[in-house]
Design a protein around this ligand. Structure first.
Ligand code: A3P
Length: 320
């Protein structure tokens, strides 16, 4: 275990100094490692990623929920948590259900933040362990693959991700960041200069892994989950090894989880309080829509994004 945070930051100082460095999203210094950009610091950073790679101990029953930031991480965490714990918390309508009072990010920790920072050997009382991560596929510890752990990836239309990330940045009260215009946002985004960018490469790696071994990696889209939440939820439950029985389906267990994890319910629960310092709980619930970019990007901006997406996703059957 790490005695304190300073030791993590110190430990990788020299290594990081050798990585390519560029200014990116909100003026942050980003470091290129294994083809992706990372910020530096104590959360979601190059340091905590390296710490996970070096020290994290995987269990074969672990479940990893992977996303690019703003692609539906919070929703996916809530859904997976509700699925695997549905025997433990029988009635999701009761206030005793953790998702009725806590941010989904409190129910499911982030690998390269909560865990890397505190206890790389963290063992929750409940199995299976659920983790969220923004780490690219290539950066995941090899032991995750060797242990055959299940990985769920959720991707989202890049224009909606861009707009969501733009607004998210505005809500963070963090003196390290500088505000950006939408034009500047588009520029860093298309260059891949956002934490865990380039977006397209992140998506493609997980997509490839899911086609190579669909029993180990499930590839979902935010758009499909929105369109047909009940059926996608059932697919997710099956993949995770927690399929709904006929009896459960007849009793409305699927719809119950759909409601519990809906944007409206979670937004209501997370109206107040801070997730962590400078990050209010409500930051994670803005509009929750598909195609909201339409009101925020000009035709030209949209075209630039579409051209890149068409080019980068050529040969990939990814429709978002
Ligand atoms: P918008 O900013 O477009 O509204 P992440 O969870 O990866 O940080 O992504 C946040 C985005 O997911 C935000 O998108 C947020 O509103 C949306 N979101 C959060 N909870 C959701 C839910 N239960 N259902 C649908 N979308 C949700």
């Amino acid at each position: 275990e790490y005695a304190n945070l300073a030791s993590i930051l110190d430990r990788y100082k020299e290594k990081i100094a050798a990585f390519p460095k560029e200014k990116g999203w909100m003026g942050l210094d980003l470091y290129m490692y294994q083809g992706f950009w990372y910020s530096s610091g104590d959360i979601f950073s190059i340091e905590t990623t390296l710490a996970v790679q070096e020290t994290f101990q995987v269990h074969s029953t672990d479940i990893y929920l992977a996303t690019q930031p703003k692609s539906g991480t919070t929703w996916l965490k809530a859904l997976a948590f509700a699925i695997v714990n549905r025997k433990r918390y029988k009635k999701s309508t009761l206030s005793t259900h953790p998702l009725r009072s806590a941010n989904p990010h409190k129910c499911v920790p982030f690998l390269e933040t909560d865990i890397a920072k505190k206890t790389p050997t963290y063992l929750p009382e409940n199995q299976p362990r659920l983790f969220g991560t923004h780490m690219p596929y290539i950066a995941l510890p090899q032991s995750i693959h060797d242990s055959g752990c299940r990985i769920v990836y959720m991707c989202r239309n890049p224009k909606d991700v861009l707009v969501s990330l733009f607004h998210f940045g505005k809500k963070l009260s963090d003196r390290l960041r500088t505000e950006m215009s939408m034009d500047e946002m588009l520029e860093v985004y298309t260059k891949g200069l956002t934490p865990y960018g380039p977006y397209w490469d992140h998506v493609k790696e997980y997509y490839k892994a899911s086609t190579e071994d669909p029993t180990r990696v499930l590839f979902l889209t935010y758009e499909d989950m929105k369109k047909d939440t009940a059926n996608k939820l059932k697919q997710l439950a099956e993949f995770l090894g927690y399929p709904f029985t006929e009896e459960e389906e007849a009793n409305g267990a699927v719809e119950e989880i759909v409601r519990l994890c809906s944007f409206e319910t979670l937004k209501e629960v997370n109206q107040h309080g801070n997730f962590r310092e400078g990050v209010p709980n409500n930051t994670f619930f803005r509009e929750g829509k598909v195609g909201g970019w339409n009101n925020e990007l000009t035709k030209e901006m949209s075209q630039i994004m579409d051209d890149i997406t068409t080019e980068k996703f050529q040969g990939f059957d990814i429709s978002i």
